[in-house]
Write a protein that binds this ligand. Structure first.
Ligand SMILES: CC(C)(COP(=O)(O)OP(=O)(O)OC[C@H]1O[C@@H](n2cnc3c(N)ncnc32)[C@H](O)[C@@H]1OP(=O)(O)O)[C@@H](O)C(=O)NCCC(=O)NCCS
Length: 143
């Protein structure tokens, strides 16, 4: 399936971003709403994956700190390269902002997905929203 990734803001695409994250994190993974809507969205740059009919099917955000978070793809659209494309878009944004490193809190089931995209684990397992996580980072070269 063809898809495109667009760069956007919370102000421009709040309903679409809320729809994806509500479906994936709150309904599917049972993340409490108070943790999901953490107040960091207005300050983040967001990327959304759109299908051929312009439906929003995945998203990610990059915080000013260099943290990448909320990577999510609707279940019926997984394993088609959308998550990886969203992660690369956030990474390219960080490079354009001259960030030297990006980091994230990976759910432990997803660490091999991130390793596949060039991230390395640092530190041990910790729990967020009742889900085990590991911090991961990726150094960004100038290239
Ligand atoms: C994790 C997630 C974003 C991956 O998105 P996706 O669109 O299915 O992933 P992609 O199709 O881009 O996969 C890219 C590569 O990673 C692999 N991969 C995908 N999910 C994986 C997983 N859970 N574990 C290990 N590898 C995985 C794919 O096989 C693919 O490998 P390839 O490049 O060798 O072909 C998606 O499964 C998701 O939304 N999960 C629920 C929310 C979540 O857990 N988010 C992560 C929070 S830390």
């Amino acid at each position: 399936m063809a898809f495109t990734v667009i760069r956007t803001t919370w102000a421009e695409h709040e309903p679409a971003l809320r729809h994806i994250r509500d479906t994936v994190f709150i309904q599917e993974q049972h993340v409490p709403e108070s943790l999901e809507w953490d107040g960091a969205d207005e300050d983040s740059v967001h990327f959304i994956a759109l299908d051929e009919q312009d439906n929003a099917i995945g998203c990610i955000r990059l915080l000013p700190s260099g943290q990448v978070s909320r990577l999510s793809v609707l279940e019926q659209h997984r394993n088609q390269g959308i998550g990886k494309a969203l992660l690369i878009a956030a990474e390219e944004e960080a490079r354009a902002r001259d960030m030297k490193e990006i980091f994230l809190h990976a759910q432990t089931h997803a660490t091999s997905f991130y390793e596949n995209c060039g991230f390395s684990v640092t530190g041990g397992i910790f729990v967020e929203a009742d889900i085990p996580h590991r911090q991961m980072f990726k150094e960004l070269s100038a290239a």
